[in-house]
Design a protein around this ligand. Structure first.
Ligand code: C2O
Ligand code: CU
Ligand code: CU
Length: 545
């Protein structure tokens, strides 16, 4: 596979030369206007092609919205957003007015046990539904294809949040529109807080919006005018959409200025299909960083690493200690090179992937899956005042191991036939229930990417699970294993999405006990959103005890 160097990629796309602040247009693609509160950089940094990272505040785009008893309405609509070259690009958002403030795709913040009440108002001209990724809520509140609402319609959500603290997220799940709607903006963060979380913030002495910063990483494709494009040939559709511009919090070519103290980065891979291998690179050195949490909250303790994979749908809670740096130092958050096909057995696939690089359809260079590139520049601009900075506490949380003695065993096979990705031979059929479990039952699933050519990030609705074992992992994955079961650091906490590499089998344990009345319908699917939309998804019926 041919890999392009990042510099070539930057030169080819002219990234950021005409960078500007993020700016919304008016609703429904009318004349665009500037979004108040964002800083334009046009003209100011012609020599430095980076844009300031958009850091969520307490309103506006990705603003932090604390749920109170006030009712929330999320209004789905078309708009424009100035992402690149000061060009209004077609975009879709959920906007809200809450506690007197305006939000677009808010970071919804709520406490464990709190009630959540919201209306989705669909003002798009296509179906829409919001799925609350990772939440343990009843099937009819989960936001699935069967709950899709038509243009002009609405859906009322009401549930208690049972989850432990963690960075969950919400996104469109309108079948056949999911990939495109997420691509054009319909995704946000759902932050749950509990006692562990409060204790951690105290110990770290961090504050959201200041030194605790969510990083939503997404790759996108732009045309030469600077508009988002989602057009692809059949092969790109089959493999998954890749873009050659990396956005963090919707900022292309972002730069973050920090002081030399502890930072917490809460990373969501919100990309349609791109996998990242995260590293903080200073000169020619990789700096150590700590993983403190995974999809569904904190690990028991921090684990130090230098590189970790994150696939679409997964989250990583990272503490980066910048006290190892000095003012003037520059660090790059990068995705390191890897081979997405290692372990694959379909030899023709490499050729096909190579072919994707040169396809027409949109302008600009392609960035291969597994290529090395910069995600974000981090510049240490000031030394921290000499006060004791926080520390990672030795114990973060408690994770009770699921007792798998007597568990029900199940094989879940990921295959491909005639360009269709399948789960146990099935493609998504609304009235079929290929996976059936009983409440009050513990199951062990062997998810096998047996004959496969591509990694698949597999996601379970309604429950969190634990990774028991990885077997037959490609060497680049095995190299990061923490124990004799082949598990990675990211496998040591509660998960809802798990990357299964070519040739690999991942064994997961789930306790399907739930408190809800009657049978519950959930989903199990690939979170490569093009795979999902093509039907790499099955209903999962969890019958009442
Ligand atoms: Cu994040 Cu069914 O999806
Ligand atoms: Cu989900
Ligand atoms: Cu897949």
């Amino acid at each position: 596979m041919k890999r392009r160097k990042f510099l070539q990629y930057t030169a080819a796309t002219g990234l950021g030369l005409l960078g500007s602040g993020l700016g919304f247009g008016a609703r429904a693609s009318a004349e665009p206007g500037a979004l108040p509160g964002t800083t334009g950089t046009a003209g100011a940094h012609t020599a430095a092609p980076h844009m300031p990272l958009h850091i969520p505040g307490d309103s506006g785009l990705l603003g932090m919205l604390d749920i109170t008893t006030e009712h929330l309405t999320l209004d789905a609509h078309n708009t424009t957003l100035r992402l690149r070259q000061n060009t209004p690009s077609p975009f879709q958002v959920w906007s809200a007015k809450y506690a007197g403030k305006d939000y677009q795709n808010p970071i919804i913040r709520i406490k464990t046990g709190q009630h959540f009440n919201a209306r989705l108002q669909n003002n798009l001209n296509e179906p829409n539904i919001i799925h609350w990724h990772g939440l343990h809520i009843p099937g009819d509140m989960d936001g699935q294809p069967r709950s899709m609402i038509d243009p002009g319609g609405h859906f009322d959500y009401a549930f208690d949040v049972p989850n432990r603290s963690g960075m969950y997220w919400y996104h469109s799940h309108a079948h056949h529109h999911t990939a495109q709607q997420v691509y054009f903006g319909l995704a946000g963060i759902y932050m749950v807080e509990d006692e562990d979380e409060r204790a951690l913030r105290n110990a770290l002495q961090i504050e959201p919006g200041l030194n605790e910063i969510p990083l939503i990483i997404q790759d996108r494709q732009f045309n030469s005018a600077g508009e988002l494009t989602y057009a692809f040939n059949p092969m790109q559709h089959h493999m998954g959409q890749l873009g050659d511009t990396i956005l963090v919090n919707l900022t292309p070519h972002p730069k973050l200025e920090i002081t030399n103290r502890l930072y917490r980065f809460r990373v969501l891979n919100g990309s349609n299909s791109r996998i990242y291998k995260l590293a903080f690179v200073h000169g020619d050195k990789m700096l150590p960083y700590s993983i403190i949490g995974t999809d569904a909250g904190l690990l028991e303790r921090a684990h130090v690493t230098q590189q970790e994979y994150i696939s679409p749908g997964e989250r990583l809670d990272i503490v980066f200690d910048a006290s190892q740096l000095r003012a003037g130092d520059e660090v790059y958050l990068k995705s390191l090179a890897f081979d997405p096909l290692e372990g694959g057995t379909m030899l023709g696939m490499g050729e096909l992937m190579g072919g994707v690089s040169g396809w027409g359809g949109t302008e600009g260079a392609r960035l291969d899956l597994g290529a090395e590139f910069e995600i974000m520049k981090i510049a240490v601009t000031r030394e921290s005042p000499a006060r004791p900075s926080g520390m990672i506490p030795p114990k973060l949380s408690t994770i009770a191991r699921i007792d798998t003695g007597g568990a029900v065993r199940r094989d879940v096979r990921l295959t491909v036939r005639r360009m269709l990705w399948l789960i146990n031979g099935e493609t998504f059929t609304p009235d079929r229930y290929p996976l059936q479990s009983r409440s009050n039952t513990i199951e062990l699933w062997d998810i096998q990417n047996a004959e496969m050519s591509m990694p698949h990030p597999m996601h379970m609705h309604g429950f969190s699970f634990q990774v028991v074992q990885r077997s037959n992992s490609p060497s680049q994955v095995r190299a990061l294993a923490q124990d004799e079961n082949g598990r990675l650091i990211t496998d040591l906490g509660w998960k809802d999405t798990i990357l299964v590499w070519p040739g690999e089998t991942v064994r997961i344990a789930t306790d399907f006990t739930h408190p809800y009345k009657g049978d519950q319908i959930y989903l199990f699917h690939c979170h490569n959103l093009e795979h999902e939309d093509q039907g790499m998804m099955v209903n999962h019926l969890v019958t009442a005890a």
